[in-house]
Design a protein around this ligand. Sequence first.
Ligand SMILES: [Zn+2]
Length: 328
Amino acid sequence: MLALASAVPAKAEQLAKDLFGAKKLPAATPPASYGFYSKGCLAGGIAIAADGPHWQAMRLSRNRRWGHPDLIRLIERLSREAVQDGWPGLLIGDISQPRGGPMVTGHASHQIGLDADIWFTPMPPERLSVAERERVSAVSLLKEGTLYVDDRKWTPAHAALLRRAASYPEVQRIFVHPGIKKKLCDTVTGNRSWLGKIRPYWGHHYHFHIRIACPKGSTGCTPQAAPPRGDGCDDSLAWWFTEEPWKPAEGPQKPPARDVMTMAALPKACQAVLAAPAPPSEAVVTLTGQGGVAAASAAPALVETADPASLLLSLQPADVPRPTPRPY
Ligand SMILES: [Zn+2]
């Protein structure tokens, strides 16, 4: 008993998900992703505003609109450019907590600010209320009770949106349900090279999940191997349409990693991320819209500065682009 107690100091027993889940604001430091997508944390994160010209963020109460600035800018860019594909705007699901880390509910990954969930439901023309954003549920693209896409719900705009997202070099993977991958494999003509980034996975028929590669300069970020070459419309996809992936697991179930992870399991840097000061307000670290070019030009200050004070200076509200009507 005693030996056990001294081997496990009380502090180490605190769950990382509780420590990270309690943070309301990011670490006001230069941006950096530490660790792996499913075991790490995020410094210098910024938020995407609840509303932008071409997006609405959902489930605001979760406070998961935070990510590495590279990812947040990429979502803004996708929201804007997808309009050309007939996609009126994004409904944005979970990204990361302000300082990343494991979450109290949901998601094994999304821990280092490089993962984002986007709903397969197009943004409605009206602004949803805060309550609606909690309540409204996304629509599955599958035919009920099957592994296949419902052709009454699938549109060319869904394919175009996924192609657009996959076209960005930073995007390394996009997770979708195997049925959606199959639909793309069966229907996409012309250049199919982008299909290799579209990775079949459980879930992901209400939303797709964009994962970007470790950003330049994030030396503490553990990269994931690039997806295999080819379009992935092969045996690896066929496997998903066998019984094996859907069999209930046998034997006693281990709790999800996020439910037992302590700070000891995370990179050392995550201690400093937790302890770092917060910015003076959420507003100074929120991307509010129409940012593509303007926000990107503000990026060097964000990425290269080593001094939190100058970081904050670079994020004064006047520098953060404001939504303006666009001529679409
Ligand atoms: Zn996700």
